[in-house]
Design a protein around this ligand. Structure first.
Ligand SMILES: [Zn+2]
Ligand SMILES: [Zn+2]
Length: 247
């Protein structure tokens, strides 16, 4: 088990916490791209973190100059003062990955980027726009909230929502949405008062898996989404809303 410290961009030292990576369940190439996407936040602390985690996983990180304006797939570098045609195109979902051509983009999508894109989209505040349907985006928002309620009570002793005294999941979820609405880029572009109403209805619908009246733990999320990375993705999403991580 590799144990490294993580601190989240824009936060003080108190947001540093341990991120445990189990090599048996963790996909190393994916971890590598998570690190690269975090290079968006070019703070010295983050780059130390990236170097350490890369070393733990046996990768070497590209030097900052090399990481600039290069096609993700064929490594072709964008020339200085590029013409419109030479200019690398950015992935329209995550607004982060660069490509020299459609061919490179679609080859990289199949090989890797369909896994990286959601994580990178969190870095560029477009995550919920990358989710295929509005219903699914609402589910992920609800599940990000549910996992955070669990984490807060389990690891920080801050029991709210389902675990609050008094028990108030509906009010607590509404304040989560209020916070989300006040942060730029957390909620998808289509979000409005009507979508919020629908989302609040879904959140209390006990026929749905993503319901704020049910507890949820990390393994449940992994199983439900069939994705071992989903708890981390949802925790990052909740962190964007609440503005601080778990300590
Ligand atoms: Zn290319
Ligand atoms: Zn992308």
């Amino acid at each position: 088990m590799a144990v490294v410290r993580k601190s989240w961009p824009g936060q003080g030292d108190d947001s540093a916490r341990e991120l445990k990576l189990d090599p048996n369940t963790y996909k190393p190439h994916f971890a590598y791209y998570v690190i690269i996407s975090w290079s968006l936040y070019k703070t010295s602390r983050m780059s130390n973190f990236q170097e350490r985690i890369a070393a733990e996983l046996g990768f070497s990180l590209p030097k900052p100059e090399e990481a600039k304006r290069v096609c993700r797939h064929c490594n072709k570098r964008e020339p200085e003062n590029p013409t419109a045609e030479q200019k690398l195109k950015v992935c329209s979902r995550c607004r982060d990955a660069l490509y020299c051509s459609r061919e490179c983009q679609s080859a990289d999508w199949k090989q890797r980027h369909k896994f990286q894109c959601p994580i990178e989209a969190l870095g560029t505040n477009t995550y919920l726009d990358t989710v295929p349907t509005q219903e699914e985006a609402m589910n992920r928002l609800i599940d990000a909230y549910r996992l955070r309620v669990e984490d807060d009570c389990m690891y920080r002793g801050e029991c709210h929502g389902l675990y609050g005294e008094p028990r108030n999941p509906v009010l607590d979820f509404r304040s989560f949405l209020n916070l989300a609405q006040n942060k730029t880029g957390v909620l998808p572009k289509w979000w409005n008062a009507e979508k919020r109403r629908i989302c609040e209805e879904r959140a209390v619908d006990k026929t749905k898996w993503s319901c704020i009246h049910y507890t949820v733990e990390k393994p449940d999320i992994q199983e439900h989404y069939n994705d071992n990375m989903m708890p981390m993705t949802l925790r990052m999403l909740a962190e964007q809303v609440y503005g601080h991580g778990m300590e």
